[in-house]
Design a protein around this ligand. Structure first.
Ligand SMILES: Nc1ncnc2c1ncn2[C@@H]1O[C@H](COP(=O)(O)OP(=O)(O)O)[C@@H](O)[C@H]1O
Ligand SMILES: [Mg+2]
Length: 258
């Protein structure tokens, strides 16, 4: 029975900023274990959907349910503790901290308060630290970040920093992972690498993913289903091949040029 409840159920979201309607009646479901992609031109409202899902924005209308429980109206911290993690379109790493410390910080909501204060670990807290370190090490291994673990995040090559950002989100042990333009600014080789890591994460970890992308190419390879957004409105939802042939989608991407 539980399998029939979608992981995420979004209904009729409306989000306005003054006179701008960023989202206008957005509805979709994401199934357990899916890699669901949201694509659309710049300004379509993709990041706004993420900000509604993680509680940073409060939509004026609509509902969001995670595994049957309402998320709408909850704080970002409460939503994170329910297992929703995100990466940022622009890097969300602490530049002066090492990669490994950034990943450790990703786990802060799983840690007891005593451990957080001061980042100095004594006695009982030491055992907790070891458990967290080992969880972080397995993520480092999965994403092949071993040789960068001590490097300050600010010195990581761009493609590696984007991967570290994925690692930071995974360190939260999310059940729902929101990836905001994970290949933005990457060259072809870095993009292919990232696609491979996302596939590997999906194979090894029990995590449902929503991927926001400006670029269609990556999405078509990775996604189980795709939602196309244009000016805050859903213009198509379906399997990648089917969405790609939709005339409205082609129009939104090629505009007057077609
Ligand atoms: N905090 C904000 N204040 C005012 N307008 C915003 C804010 N966030 C997003 N918008 C507007 O909402 C629309 C959708 O933006 P966004 O969700 O960032 O699009 P995308 O991620 O698809 O490029 C844009 O018109 C943008 O200017
Ligand atoms: Mg965006």
């Amino acid at each position: 029975m539980e399998r029939l409840t979608p992981m995420l159920k979004v209904r009729d979201l409306v989000l306005r900023f003054g006179g701008v309607t960023a989202l206008n009646g957005v509805s979709f479901d994401v199934g357990h274990g899916e890699l669901f992609a949201i694509i659309g031109p710049n300004g379509a409202g993709k990041t706004s959907i993420f900000n509604c899902l993680n509680g940073v924005y409060r939509p004026q209308e609509g509902t969001i349910e995670l595994a049957g429980a309402p998320l709408t109206g909850k704080s970002p911290a409460a939503i994170a503790s329910l297992g929703v993690a995100r990466t940022f379109q622009n890097l969300g790493l602490f530049q002066h901290l090492s990669l490994i410390d950034n990943l450790m910080l990703g786990r802060h909501h799983l840690m007891s308060t005593g451990m957080l204060s001061g980042m100095l670990w004594w006695g009982r807290a030491k055992r907790e630290e070891i458990a967290h370190r080992s969880a972080v090490e397995s993520i480092i291994e999965l994403l092949e970040l071993e040789s960068y673990r001590r490097m300050p995040a600010g010195l990581l090559p761009y493609g590696v920093a984007k991967r570290a950002e994925l690692g930071r989100a995974l360190a939260m042990e999310p059940t729902l992972l929101l990836l905001d333009e994970p290949v933005a600014g990457m060259n072809l080789e870095e993009t292919e690498d990232m696609a491979r890591y996302i596939t590997e994460v999906r194979r090894q970890l029990p995590v449902t993913m929503i991927l926001v992308e400006h670029d269609m190419g990556l999405v078509m390879d990775l996604a189980s289903r795709v939602l196309v957004l244009d000016f805050g409105v859903v213009i198509a939802t379906g399997e990648p091949a089917e969405v790609q042939e939709n005339p409205q989608v082609i129009e939104a991407y090629l505009g007057g040029a077609a």
